[in-house]
Design a protein around this ligand. Structure first.
Ligand SMILES: [Zn+2]
Ligand SMILES: [Zn+2]
Length: 404
């Protein structure tokens, strides 16, 4: 197990170094040890160490945590969604490859494709409450951003851009080879200018004339109220920066709405389940449910005679509509519950109800109910040690009705 080196030591900077110094140190070292550039077998490990040090020290929050606690995570949460780790799996390699080793590889794609920055994609998870209200999310990610030092031009101060002497500005060179089939003519991107058509007499040191450098970004994204899961937001110009000031790609944020514990979403409508007793369903009642907005309640009115599985709808308390304003509906699917156990008195009343409606029910249940009720009332009588004719009479009546 190798002891972890101090991040400042890895980058060879003082502890109070500013962002620019840290970045300059990183780019200088990375250019030597990036696996696309170096043949040294140790290069990959060295680059990993370097990248880890840089990704922490280039992020204000992580750096502060590292200074205080010795780790980037620190004591508490960061309060923003960090995608650097996601890119760390694959994207960062891509970012660095296009930067450090990318000259020959990217020029294969031709001049236009090479100049413009590519779009980048991020998938962002939000809650249904956040979508209902609309929210702002801070997201952190890595990209090739316009170089601060040269403003994206790729040129050092006082430098100028000249027509490439090798390809005369076309960006392509034509080679003629003799073969058994005769002369074969082929055209390839100019190695001198990388297909650019121009060369800089003095390129910017920080970006090596590319006009862009790997950068840790943190941006705020507004999530509009009512956006659906899978909806995409395009943040213009926040994808990969172009070469030497060419247009940057966009950052495409795909919104994923997390499942809600109570509400299911169907377009702009929200559907939940409510439970009522069989008596409430028969006689009608109002059930209040917490809504999706803060401090909001939805009054579901259960009409007398509502059946199990029926939908009760309240207009206007669903999700906000992205187009046209207003809100969708709230719907509740009614679950009618049948009691699993009944207190004796309730059982007797139900038996009476069954008799009244002429419904046949388990007779054991009726007589047991009747006997239980009678026993209960007698026990009650004994306990109070004084006759309470009314209770006794009521129970007797019930028993008589049931057994008639
Ligand atoms: Zn050229
Ligand atoms: Zn530059």
């Amino acid at each position: 197990m190798v002891e972890k080196r101090d991040y400042y030591e890895v980058l060879g900077v003082e502890r109070d170094a500013d962002r620019k110094t840290i970045k300059r140190a990183f780019l200088k070292l990375a250019r030597k040890v990036h696996p696309d550039v170096s043949d040294d077998p140790a290069a990959e490990e060295q680059f990993k160490e370097l990248n880890e040090a840089y990704s922490v020290l280039s992020d204000d929050v992580k750096r502060a945590n590292y200074d205080r606690f010795g780790t980037a995570e620190g004591a508490g949460g960061s309060g923003y969604v960090d995608f650097s780790d996601i890119f760390g799996g694959m994207g960062v390699d891509d970012i660095f490859s296009s930067f450090f080793g990318g000259r020959s590889a990217s020029s294969q794609r031709g001049r236009a494709a090479r100049r413009q920055g590519r779009d980048m994609a991020i998938s962002l998870e939000v809650t249904l409450e956040e979508v209902a209200r609309g929210c702002k999310k801070t997201i952190a990610y890595d990209r090739l951003a316009p170089c601060d030092d040269c403003g994206g031009t790729g040129m050092a101060e006082g430098a100028s851009e000249q027509e490439c002497p090798r390809c005369h500005g076309t960006g392509f060179v034509t080679t003629v080879q003799r073969s058994v089939f005769g002369q074969v003519q082929s055209s390839s991107p100019c190695p001198e200018c990388g297909g650019e058509g121009t060369v800089l007499d003095s390129p910017c040191e920080m970006c090596d004339g590319q006009g862009r450098t790997p950068n840790h970004e943190r941006i705020d994204v507004r999530i509009p109220a009512g956006i659906s899961s899978g909806g995409q937001l395009r943040v213009q110009g926040m994808g990969e920066a172009g070469m030497r000031g060419a247009p940057a790609g966009d950052l495409i944020v795909s919104v994923r709405v997390r499942d809600h514990e109570r509400f299911q979403r169907s377009g702009d409508d929200l559907v939940c389940e409510i439970e009522v007793s069989m008596v409430q369903a028969a006689l009608g009642c109002t059930v209040e449910v917490a809504g999706i907005m803060p401090d909001e309640t939805i009054p579901f009115e259960i009409a007398a005679g509502t059946q199990h599985g029926e939908l009760v709808i309240v207009e206007g308390l669903g999700m906000p509509r992205m187009s046209g304003g207003g809100r969708g509906r709230s719907a509740a699917q009614v679950r009618v519950l049948v009691p699993r156990e009944l207190p004796d008195e309730a059982r007797a009343l139900l038996a009476r109800y069954a008799a009244l409606m002429g419904e046949s029910v388990e007779s054991d249940s009726i007589s047991a109910a009747a006997q239980d009720a009678a026993a209960a009332s007698e026990a009650e009588l004994a306990e109070h040690d004084k006759p309470s004719k009314s209770v006794v009479d009521r129970i007797r009546d019930a028993i008589d009705d049931v057994l008639e």
